[in-house]
Design a protein around this ligand. Structure first.
Ligand SMILES: Cc1cc2nc3c(=O)[nH]c(=O)nc-3n(C[C@H](O)[C@H](O)[C@H](O)COP(=O)(O)O)c2cc1C
Length: 411
């Protein structure tokens, strides 16, 4: 299974002759940054818009742009590349190429290669709004969808040709995210997953607050991974700088109280609840209506404990699978297993915070999973999206399956 999707995977990026061809350079860069080995196919028309040399330099491989070329090692490139590909992105996909693919035409490197591909394919149409609305184009896109290709809806807006409407190639980050989804297994279809993320902030006065260093990256990664795997995801997040994940219902909150309200409202609907938010344990007993002025040498703040959302969820839960996170600075196992039992969790993901490659703010995390049945699993340091996929793997196999298994009956 694809974990973070594309690390060390062979990805084919196909570029057609559309005005958005320049955006494919950024898609190539994102793929390379994520560790993919990228090969590029360009149509003849694409080369009017962007030079093959740019793709050659960035991918480190020669671009496949001529069907017939001297030299035996290049003779069957359309077959070899198709056989070796783990996934294919066509961006931008022109009306012309879409028509060819829907009708099985093989008269250039891309269309010929596509007939031999067996791996997942993401098609990103981009064209003038009227071309996009054209019945033949829409008919061809329907054919491609029913043939099993994933088609990304173009964005709406002002297009290079002057018209306004759908037809714009989505941003490269969006295409990259959709491609990760295209490669992910769809084992969570029909599941409703509630995720919490980020810190909460507890106001002291109108300009100051108590909070913590949670960036929200772990929870957002869990929400993205669950969405990639087909789940219906609701994300409740405290203040973060992260953009809402695609196709995820995202509710932004500020305080622990607001988070509690939304979580309890949503819990009934959820099959799985994954609480990765770093909710403030304490908040000021009273928040001042006006800014506290400087004056006294010492200032005493009275704090009171916030409601323990995870504990309440553990008490109230019925059918739900409940997963928590424990960020500790010491005694990880002791603290995590204690929290697992006290809060009636199915899994707790424990991580030591404080190093630069794990915990708050970092893109990677070093996590140990503690399960209700007493087993543990220590994961090496890895991308948070990868940690999220492993956590979902365990939820999908170990916990969801156990919950579904028929109770043994005596007769
Ligand atoms: C300036 C210019 C911009 C174009 N932009 C697009 C476009 O965004 N989408 C599209 O489907 N066709 C566009 N075309 C038309 C395609 O280049 C043309 O249909 C070509 O045959 C596509 O070939 P290909 O599918 O092999 O790349 C454009 C043509 C020109 C001259």
């Amino acid at each position: 299974m694809m974990r973070n999707g594309i690390k060390n995977k062979k990805v084919i990026l196909a570029v057609c002759g559309g005005i958005a061809a320049y955006k494919s350079i950024e898609i190539l860069r994102l793929l390379k940054k994520a560790g993919a080995e990228v090969r590029v196919i360009m149509t003849q028309s694409a080369q009017w818009f962007v030079g093959a040399l740019t793709f050659e330099a960035l991918s480190g491989q020669s671009v496949f742009k001529d069907m017939f070329q001297e030299g035996s090692e290049a003779s069957f490139r359309h077959i070899d590349w198709a056989r070796e590909a783990d996934g294919v992105i066509i961006a931008p996909a022109t009306a012309n190429t879409i028509g060819k693919l829907a009708n099985g035409i093989a008269d250039d490197p891309l269309s010929t290669f596509m007939l031999a591909v067996a791996s997942p394919v993401l098609i990103c149409p981009s064209m003038n709004t009227h071309m996009y609305a054209n019945q033949a184009v829409q008919r061809n896109l329907d054919t491609l969808r029913s043939d099993g290709y994933v088609v990304v809806e173009p964005a709406s807006g002002q297009l290079a040709c002057g018209t306004t409407g759908p037809g714009r190639l989505p941003e490269p980050e969006e295409i990259f995210d959709r491609f990760l989804g295209c490669l992910s297994p769809k084992d969570l279809v029909g599941k409703k997953i509630l995720v919490t993320a980020g810190p909460t902030i507890e106001p002291i006065d109108p300009v100051r607050f108590i909070s913590n260093r949670s960036s929200g990256k772990m929870g957002f990664a869990v929400a993205r991974a669950a969405e990639h795997r087909g789940a219906e995801v609701t994300l409740i997040s405290g203040p973060t700088h992260l953009a809402d994940p695609m196709n995820v219902t995202t509710i932004r909150v500020r305080t622990a109280e607001e988070m509690a309200g939304h979580v309890f409202q949503q819990m009934e609907n959820a099959d799985v609840i994954i609480k990765s938010a770093a909710v403030s344990d304490y908040g000021p007993k009273e928040s001042e209506a006006h800014k506290i002025k400087k004056g006294k040498n010492e200032l005493v703040l009275h704090l009171q404990q916030n409601e323990d959302i995870l504990k309440v969820l553990g008490q109230k839960k019925k059918h739900q699978i409940l997963v928590g996170f424990a960020a500790e600075t010491k005694d990880l196992e002791k603290n995590a297993t204690q929290k697992l039992a006290e809060k009636n969790l199915d899994i707790i993901a424990g991580n030591l915070v404080g190093s630069s490659d794990s915990g708050f703010e970092s893109d990677t995390n070093t996590v140990t999973l503690f399960f209700k049945d007493g087993t543990t699993e220590s994961l090496p340091t890895m991308e948070k999206l990868e940690v999220a996929h492993i956590l979902l793997d365990r939820i999908a196999t170990k916990v969801l399956r156990a919950a579904k298994a028929p109770k043994s009956t005596k007769n």
